[in-house]
Structure formats: C-alpha cells, structure tokens
Write a protein that binds this ligand. Structure first.
Ligand code: SF4
Ligand code: SF4
Length: 117
C-alpha cells in the first residue's frame, strides 16, 4: 500500500507534503515530486496537505494512477530526498488544478532531478 503523486503536482511543487511525512519518503524532481512506494507507510497525512490535490492512495487505482505509480517508483530511486518545504514553483497557483487550471500536465513532466537539500 502506498500513496502516489499524480500529474497535478507538475509545475506546482508546493512541497507542503514533505514536511509532514513521518518516514521522509518524498523525492524531488525539477518540476514535481514523487513518493517511494516501498518506503511509504500509507499513513495518509500528506494527502490533505497538498494544495493541488495531487496525492492519491493506491486504493483509488485506475489506469492513470497505475501510470503514475510507475513514475513514482522509477524516479524515487533516482532523485534526491526532500524533507524541507521550499518555495513553490513560480507559476504554481496559476497552474494548480485545485484552483481551476484544467489542462492535463502529464506531458510537462521533467525527468531532471530537483535540488539537493
Ligand atoms: S504538496 Fe502537492 S503539489 Fe506540493 S509537492 Fe507535494 S504533491 Fe506536489
Ligand atoms: S502516506 Fe504517509 S508515509 Fe506515505 S508519503 Fe504520505 S506522509 Fe509519507
């Protein structure tokens, strides 16, 4: 069981989630973040903290979430660990699906790592 970050985080990356995770299992990319599925203890505390509503439990599993589970698994092995909140990306609010942004951000995903702490 794990929680999964989906496409809604892309180009927002508020990082509110990383501060509450009891096992520090978030890994940061250039324009998004992922959860390591084998480290997540399924506590659920990060889900309501996300201003973009980008975190879902794997009990919500569908085709889209299966895609994002593999992204979370792959890039959590590569990107740096993130435990401290950082400023959101510059256009975070205007690209936030929870604030009305309606485009699918899947193709905007960057494979590049985010900054080390
Ligand atoms: S709080 Fe949500 S938008 Fe922010 S980094 Fe975490 S998953 Fe992404
Ligand atoms: S569900 Fe809990 S353990 Fe998993 S990423 Fe969120 S805060 Fe961390």
């Amino acid at each position: 069981m794990t929680y999964i970050v989906n496409e809604k985080c892309i180009n927002c990356r508020y990082t509110d989630c990383v501060e509450v995770c009891p096992v520090d299992c978030f890994y940061i990319g250039e324009n998004t973040i992922v959860i390591h599925p084998d480290e997540c203890i399924d506590c659920g505390v990060c889900e309501p903290e996300c201003p973009a509503e980008a975190i879902q439990p794997d009990s919500d599993m569908d085709e889209n979430l299966e895609y994002w589970l593999e992204i979370n698994r792959k890039f959590s092995e590569i990107w740096p660990n993130a435990t401290q909140k950082r400023p959101p990306l510059p256009d975070a609010d205007s690209l936030n699906p929870a604030m009305g942004y309606e485009e699918d951000k899947t193709n905007d995903f960057s494979e590049n790592p985010g900054p080390e702490e």
